[in-house]
Design a binder for this molecule. Sequence first.
Ligand SMILES: *Cc1c(COP(=O)(O)O)cnc(C)c1O
Length: 372
Amino acid sequence: MTAISTSARPYVARLSTYQPGRPIEEVARELGFDPREVIKLASNENALGPSPLALAAMRDLAGRMHLYPDGDCFYLKQALARKLGVREDQLFLGHGSNEIIALLGHIYLEKGTNLVASCQAFVVYKLVASLYEAGCVEVPMRDFTHDLDAMLAAITPATRLVFIANPNNPTGTVVDPAALDRFIAALPPQAVCVIDEAYIELLPPEKRPDSIAQVRAGRPVFVLRTFSKAYGLAGLRIGYAIAPPEGVALLNRVRQPFNVNAMAQAAALAALEDDAFVVRTRQMTLDGLAYLAGEFGRMGLPFVPSSANFVLVKTGRGREVCAALQARKVIVRPVDPYGLPDHVRVTVGTQAENEAFVAALQDVLAARGVAP
Ligand SMILES: *Cc1c(COP(=O)(O)O)cnc(C)c1O
């Protein structure tokens, strides 16, 4: 060992690294497949690809990549403000909403503090807690749904952040909008609520909770959104927070000057105009969820009804099932790190992809010869 290791802050060596869904190319290379034959339903990406308007905007801008981006995301903030009915000073753009989660950790967490999240919450929350040497209080869910009363009860004087992903990943469930409003109203003064709405555009408009109203009312709330899912721009890394101006001002102090690249800004700006694409995405998702629900029912596999673009299905022995599916050129996500060793999480794909997944799953379960 050299100074590289011995001079590092000791807790850094104890941090774990995030295990992302593996890129198609890597899996294909390992198994000797042609990457074009592999179906990836592991990272909740948009099976329709990027928004076509975003794609055109990126092509137009490619020749200008020698220039630094607009560090303030002026036009994008303006467009978002108009679309969402908020002011520009209530908006913060980030390198994916994941960057914003980490920046919130930077602002609020340190040794001796904690964050509260559900046991089956997005893993990044827990990783950010350890990154800032803070605790992570994990609260059991009820029917795979955030138990808001239990979460409220779990808040201690040391709690700084409470994370509610809505819909939640990996369960796909949503909380009751009125219950969420009551939860926010009941927060003790030291607790800030982060509502992670990565999948919100996939909900029919009448089913979306009005979390932005909480921001307008000046409540201690950060609403997180992303261009990674409904807009199909996960590779660009761009997301945003809607928060009271004091929260945006804090985020601006801890970010890098050019944290959102120019290509991402241009693509996001165009994607915001692409309502037709979001409608198509939502329809594909609803059709896919209905198809998968029917097939799981037919196979006798319990699943969690989902409001997002993925489903948690109980196959038994999730990790083995994932490996066996991968050998059949379908990549889905094991969820044992979430304490769900008997489930797998499958992203809704195109109809052809969904059918290929179902066929492969049937094959895997038949080969195993035992019921879940
Ligand atoms: C996919 C996802 C995100 C999106 O993260 P980005 O960094 O914007 O790509 C955020 N939160 C949850 C719960 C997600 O599932």
